[in-house]
Design a protein around this ligand. Structure first.
Ligand code: SF4
Length: 453
C-alpha cells in the first residue's frame, strides 16, 4: 500500500484546559488518517474550531471566525488547492447542533464532545459525499480481501460477489475506509452470473459482501431489491439448489430476510452473524450500534422462522478496556446462543482505526487467557453440534474427492464437511447421507443404498 500524502490539520482551541486536552485527542485520532498539525488555517485541509460556551457571545465569535474560514475555503478551492473541510467541535457544537450548518453552510461537520472518537467516521462520510475516498496507511484486511475475491469455479459450489464496502464504521475495522461506502451490484448482473454458473454445474452459490445483508441493488424492474428479494430470484434459477450469504451485520437483518429463512428452501439453514462481544459497554466502544439483548432477540426471531438454523459468529477478545466482567458477558451470550461454529480472535489494533487510539489496552497475557477460555467453549459447542447430527439423514452436496480411494467430501446444509466412502461418482450431486458420527471439524456418513452417478 502506498504512503498517504500528508494532509494538514489546524485546530483552534477556545476556553479551558479540558478543551486543550480534547484538541489533542482529536489530533491523535486523525493522525493515522494522514493528518499532520499545521500552525495556520491558510494551508490546512481540515480545520476544527474546538469551541467553548462559557464566555458571553461565544457563539457569535465562532460564527465570525467561520465567516473568515469560509473565505479561506473558497480561496483555496479557487487556486486549485483542493477542499478544506471545516468542523465545529466543543460546547458550541453541543449547544447549537446542526443549526450551525444551516447558518454557515461552509461547515462540513458538527461534532459534540462525546463523539470525538467518531471523527474518522464523520470525516470519511464527508469525503464520500464529495466523491472522494479517504486514503490511509491501512494494512489490507486479509479476511475481508479473501472474502470479496471472486474465485474460479471449481466443482459445484461458487462464490458470487453482490456487495462491497461498509457504512458501519466499527471502531476496530478498516473496511469502511479502504473499501468505501456500501455498494450493491445490479440484480440483473448477479442473476446473469448465477445463471451462467448454474449452466456450468454450480449447485450452490455463496453471496459475498462485506456487509452482504445490507444489499440493496437496482432490480431489473426499476425497483430496489433487497437481499431477500435477490435470494428469491436466485432460487428460481434451474439447477441452483442452495444459497448462502456472508458476512452479515445484525442491524441489517430485515423482517423480510428473516421471513425468507422460513420460506425459501434454497436458503441454507446456516447463518454467519458476527456479534464480537456480549458486553453492551464493549459493543458501544466498538460502535456496533446494537446491544447484546438485541442480538439475542434477533437470534430468537431467526430460529422462530427456521428452527434448525445453525449460527456461526465472530468474536474479538481483549478489546481496549475489556474487563473480566465484560468477557464473562461474552461467555454468557455464547452459552445462550449455542454456536455451530465461530471465528475468535485476540484484539490487535489496526493502524488508523479509532480503536487503535483508545486508552486501556488489555494486556496480551490476559487476552490470550480469555481467547483460550472462549475457544474452549466454542469448540465444545461445535463438537456438540456436529455429534448431534449422528443418526440423521442429511442432504449432502458432494464437492470433491477425499483422501482415500473413492471417498468424497461434501457439505451438509449446515456447512459441515461430510466424508463418505464410495461416493466419488456423486460429485456435483445432492444426495441423502446417513450421518454416522461427528467430530470437531467434520462428519462421517454413509450412503443408505448405492446411488447411481
Ligand atoms: S460491519 Fe464488518 S466490515 Fe463493516 S465496519 Fe464493522 S466489522 Fe468492518
Amino acid at each position: 500500500m502506498t504512503a498517504t500524502p500528508a494532509k494538514r490539520l489546524f485546530i483552534k482551541t477556545y476556553g479551558c484546559q479540558m478543551n486543550v486536552y480534547d484538541s489533542e485527542r482529536m489530533a491523535d485520532v486523525l493522525r493515522p488518517l494522514g493528518y499532520a498539525p499545521s500552525d495556520t488555517p491558510e494551508d490546512a485541509d481540515f480545520v476544527i474550531l474546538n469551541t467553548c460556551h462559557i464566555r458571553e457571545k461565544a457563539a457569535e465569535k465562532v460564527y465570525s471566525e467561520l465567516g473568515r474560514l469560509k473565505a479561506l475555503k473558497q480561496e483555496k478551492a479557487a487556486r486549485g488547492g483542493g477542499d478544506m473541510t471545516i468542523a465545529v467541535a466543543g460546547c458550541v457544537a453541543q449547544a447549537e447542533g446542526e443549526q450551525i450548518m444551516l447558518r454557515q453552510p461552509a461547515v462540513d461537520l458538527v461534532v459534540g464532545p462525546q463523539a470525538y472518537h467518531q471523527l474518522p467516521e464523520l470525516l470519511a462520510r464527508t469525503a464520500r459525499a464529495r466523491g472522494e475516498r479517504l486514503a490511509a496507511d491501512f494494512a489490507p484486511d486479509a479476511k475481508f480481501d479473501a472474502l470479496s475475491a471472486d474465485r474460479a469455479v471449481e466443482g459445484p459450489t461458487a462464490f458470487l460477489t453482490v456487495q462491497e464496502g461498509c457504512d458501519k464504521f466499527c471502531t476496530f475495522c478498516v473496511v469502511p475506509y479502504t473499501r468505501g461506502a456500501e455498494w450493491s451490484r445490479p440484480a440483473a448482473d448477479v442473476l446473469a452470473e448465477a445463471r451462467a454458473l448454474a449452466e456450468r454445474g454450480v449447485r450452490e452459490v455463496t453471496l459475498l459482501g462485506q456487509n452482504v445483508n445490507a444489499y440493496n441493488g437496482p432490480g431489473p424492474d426499476g425497483e430496489i431489491w433487497s437481499l431477500a428479494r435477490l435470494a428469491r430470484a436466485l432460487a428460481d434459477i434451474p439447477g441452483l439448489d442452495r444459497i448462502r450469504y456472508t458476512t452479515s451485520h445484525p442491524n441489517d437483518m430485515s423482517d423480510e430476510l428473516i421471513a425468507a429463512h422460513g420460506e425459501l428452501e434454497a436458503l441454507m439453514p446456516y447463518l454467519h452473524l458476527p456479534v464480537q462481544s456480549g458486553s453492551d459497554r464493549i459493543l458501544r466502544l466498538m460502535n456496533r450500534k446494537h446491544s447484546a439483548a438485541q442480538y439475542l432477540t434477533l437470534i430468537e426471531r431467526l430460529r422462530a422462522a427456521r428452527p434448525d438454523l445453525a449460527i456461526s459468529g465472530d468474536f474479538i477478545v481483549g478489546f481496549p478496556g475489556e474487563t473480566e466482567q465484560d468477557f464473562e458477558q461474552t461467555l454468557s451470550l455464547v452459552r445462550e446462543v449455542g454456536y455451530a461454529s465461530a471465528f475468535s480472535f485476540m484484539y490487535s489494533p489496526r493502524p488508523g482505526t479509532p480503536a487503535a487510539a483508545m486508552a486501556a489496552p488489555t494486556p496480551e497475557e490476559v487476552s490470550r487467557d480469555r481467547l483460550l477460555r472462549l475457544q474452549a467453549l466454542l469448540t465444545e459447542q461445535q463438537v456438540g453440534f456436529n455429534r448431534a447430527q449422528a443418526g440423521r439423514t442429511l442432504p449432502v452436496l458432494f464437492e470433491k474427492k477425499g483422501r482415500h480411494g473413492a471417498q468424497a467430501i461434501g457439505r451438509s446444509p449446515y456447512l459441515q464437511s461430510v466424508h463418505v466412502d464410495d461416493a466419488a461418482h456423486l460429485i456435483g450431486q445432492i444426495v441423502p447421507v446417513h450421518i454416522v458420527s461427528g467430530a470437531q471439524n467434520s462428519l462421517a456418513g454413509q450412503l443408505r443404498q448405492p446411488v447411481a452417478a
